[in-house]
Design a protein around this ligand. Structure first.
Ligand code: HEM
Length: 186
């Protein structure tokens, strides 16, 4: 048992094999199979991204003030950098798979232009694009300073932590209407 469940890569591989088994046994069917695969990948990356966003906002940020000073490096040097790695790359893959999905559904152009036919998914795509830009342009550069991945003095670190936190809060706020659009577009 430990050989399987103790190995994350193996567990993920088994999950993917089971998913492919389901897909190639005929669910979804025919032409919808390709968009079905991208829908699956899109939601996989989406929950990885937003799941980590919620971990930061619901768990890590509110708990840090009560973590004893000598234990804080456990979070800032080990847990947060790893979580940020999956967070920012999941954002990229969510956008890529989302754009492919929109293209396959013929709603990329009209959605981005907020035309009436695809206005709801268009609003969702714009909200998610703003969020992804926030991740790469504001949150990640400021987190690098705040966590000491790039050199910064104490004042610059404190300021960067605050900016990253506010950007993360904005993304948490935008994620709620964004999910309404994503889940109700079809
Ligand atoms: C810029 C980024 C994104 C783009 C371009 C995008 C695009 C799309 C498109 C085109 C669809 C299909 C809509 C339809 O059924 O007509 C969709 C569905 C969906 N998206 Fe996104 N999306 C993005 C970000 C996200 C994020 C961050 C999440 C977070 C979890 C997410 C979750 C979902 C979900 C749950 C669905 C519904 C899937 C289903 O009904 O089977 N999307 N997205």
């Amino acid at each position: 048992m430990d050989k399987i469940l103790g190995n994350l890569h193996l567990v993920l591989l088994i999950g993917v094999v089971l998913a492919l088994g389901l897909i190639f046994s005929g669910f979804p069917q025919g032409a919808e199979q390709v968009s079905g695969i991208f829908q699956w990948l899109h939601v996989f990356f989406g929950i990885t991204w937003i799941g980590l966003l919620y971990y930061f906002n619901f768990v890590q940020i509110p708990t840090m003030p009560s973590v004893p000073a000598e234990l804080k490096p456990g979070v800032t040097k080990y847990i947060a950098p790893k979580a940020l790695f999956f967070f920012r790359w999941a954002a990229v893959f969510t956008v890529i798979t989302g754009a492919i999905l929109a293209y396959l559904y013929g709603e990329l152009h009209s959605g981005l232009l907020l035309e009436e036919t695809h206005r709801l998914i268009g609003v969702g795509m714009w909200l998610a694009l703003i969020m992804a830009t926030n991740v790469w342009v504001v949150i990640w550069p400021n987190q690098k300073k705040a966590l000491g991945i790039v050199a910064a003095d104490d004042a610059a670190k404190a300021k960067a932590a605050k900016v990253a936190m506010y950007a993360s809060r904005i993304n948490t706020m935008l994620s709620i209407p964004m999910l309404v659009a994503m889940t109700n577009a079809h």
